[in-house]
Design a protein around this ligand. Structure first.
Ligand code: F7E
Length: 328
């Protein structure tokens, strides 16, 4: 019998890569999909006919229970959340409801409906906040400084409680920033690579950004999706860090992305104070030694190769839309 996986957040960046990975491994893949799914289904359109999509929402307990009864999953991947840190300051209650309580609703419904299923909880480096230790490991204390970080930390501790109290198999992958050409346009990396492509083709003259001096540990979303799958193949539910082990500033990302298109970022980037966050995580750096040792996980895409792929993708899509508008 084929193994069955259920993915929340299947239309998102990492959820869509994970769905492709599981299809390639011959799973039956089910996804929870909001009727009002913010960005539509563009990331899964190419293979949507091979998926089973069930309407539902992490804020609606009944719909989670119904979906679990339909698909009887062996593995569950909770990739859904309100994941934008700046938005979490504007909509803290919504963020807590989806990202924090949403995970707890899922854990509780799984306990009631299919307690043997294994759950992957997408935890986040944002939980470390302004960490006092660097690099961060699975043992580093959480010190979140955003409503998003607090909501993810709540979900993370609920996972631990369900493990201890009910022996639920809930494993947490603490992923540091992960990017790709499928990254949402509101996150800084994609905002930059789209701007590079549009500036290169003279569709605009500048790019407004907030804090250029924060440091992030960026890897490719494909590697994080692979780490999520490996996490659920491990015999015991544990926490694992998924990170590249190298930290770069937003300024360095900008500089490299503009250079890929033969441009100097300094001539185009303007600082807009309105894009600064009320509190900022200034520096993150992850240590994935445990995932490497126990799961055999290794990040396969370097910082430079990631930026190259994103810039090439966005240049090609601007060129494509320019040539279609000329042809039309
Ligand atoms: O910001 C700075 C911003 O929004 C990165 C999410 O996937 O990773 C992500 O959270 C940095 C921050 O990602 C702009 O202040 C400057 O220092 O791309 P971001 P994030 O906040 O690190 C973690 C692991 C998650 O779990 C989250 O879900 O870039 N920055 N100027 C800007 N950021 C944005 N978005 N837009 C700007 O204009």
């Amino acid at each position: 019998m084929k193994r069955r996986a259920f993915i929340t957040g299947i239309t998102g960046q990492t959820g869509s890569y994970l769905a492709e990975l599981l299809l390639a491994k011959d799973y039956e893949v089910f996804g929870l999909i909001r009727r009002t799914s913010g960005h539509g289904t563009s990331r899964i359109d190419a293979f949507k006919d091979r998926l089973y999509l069930i309407p539902g929402d992490l804020t609606d307990q009944g719909s989670i229970s119904r979906a679990l009864k339909i698909c009887h999953p062996d593995e569950i991947y909770n990739m859904a959340s309100q994941s934008h840190v700046a938005v979490s300051f504007e909509a803290p209650l919504h963020t807590a409801d989806v990202t924090g309580l949403g995970a707890l609703r899922l854990f509780e419904m799984v306990r009631q409906v299919c307690p043997k299923a294994r759950i992957y909880q997408a935890s986040s480096s944002e939980q470390f906040g302004n960490a006092r230790v660097s690099p961060q490991t699975e043992e580093t204390p959480f010190n979140p400084v955003s409503p998003y970080g607090v909501a993810k930390t709540f979900a993370h501790f609920c996972a631990k409680v369900y493990r201890q109290a009910y022996h639920s198999f809930i494993a947490c992958g603490i992923a540091f920033n992960h990017e790709s050409p499928r990254r949402g346009e509101e996150f800084v990396t994609r905002k930059i690579t789209i701007a590079v492509a549009e500036i290169k083709h003279k569709l605009r003259q500048e790019l407004e950004l907030g804090n250029l001096d924060s440091f992030r540990d960026w890897s490719h979303a494909v590697d994080v999706a692979h780490g999520a799958w490996l996490t659920l193949q491990h015999e015991t539910p544990e926490d694992f860090i998924f990170a590249s082990g190298v930290s770069h500033s937003v300024r360095e990302f900008c500089q490299a992305a503009f250079e890929k298109a033969g441009l100097n970022y300094d001539s185009y980037v303007k600082i807009n104070d309105a894009l600064m966050r009320p509190t900022e995580v200034s520096r993150l750096l992850g240590n994935s030694a445990k995932a490497k040792r126990l799961l055999g996980w290794i990040p396969t895409v370097s910082f430079d190769a990631l930026i190259q792929e994103m810039v090439e993708h966005d240049l090609a899509s601007v060129e494509h839309s320019l040539s279609s508008s000329v042809a039309g």
